[in-house]
Unconditional design. Structure first.
Length: 175
């Protein structure tokens, strides 16, 4: 199978208590180390809406918005790539650099699940879900508007995707 993404050889997929499957460290990962680089297809909003209609056929499309009107998806046929298994946590150990690169925000020990806060990448998707990450910092509900939270902006400074950081900068410019 053709892979469009890079996943460090220091990680593996296995069953997660957070959500079905997750990515876990096989070896110690140092702060700043690249864990994954997402790849796939860049599609327009119109194409994304068309793909979204096929959910009822058990086809799943994990999309990350990379600019207004543009998304990156790992597959157009619903096959998941390894990098589609990163779960959310309100106390993540990885963040985003640029648009599609995941890096360790701190040293990560072997056996730890690799997580990121979806606030770092998600905006413009009308969603929310109950969070069950178990972190003392758990927000209880995760939404596509969480990136607007000033506390999270401070907490994740330097680890938001370019797309989200541009939105944060635009808001702060007018304050």
């Amino acid at each position: 199978m053709v892979r469009f993404s890079f996943l460090s050889d220091k990680v593996m997929i296995k069953k997660s208590h957070l959500h079905r499957k997750g990515i876990f460290a096989k070896k110690k990962i140092k702060k700043g180390e690249v864990i994954a680089v997402w790849g796939g297809y860049v599609i327009t909003h119109k194409e994304f809406k068309r793909l979204s209609r096929y959910k009822f056929k058990n086809i799943v499309h994990y999309a990350t918005k990379i600019a207004d009107g543009f998304y990156i998806i790992s597959s157009k046929n619903g096959r998941l790539e390894d990098d589609d298994f990163f779960n959310h946590s309100c106390s993540p150990n990885t963040g985003i650099k640029g648009q599609v690169m995941m890096v360790a925000m701190r040293n990560i020990n072997a056996g730890e699940e690799i997580t990121y806060d979806y606030a770092m990448t998600d905006a413009g998707f009308p969603y929310s879900f109950e969070c069950k990450c178990g972190s003392p910092e758990c927000r209880g509900r995760v939404t596509s508007d969480d990136w607007k939270d000033r506390r999270l902006q401070k907490k994740y400074k330097g680890y938001f995707s370019w797309y989200i950081q541009e939105k944060i900068d635009a808001i702060q410019k007018f304050k």
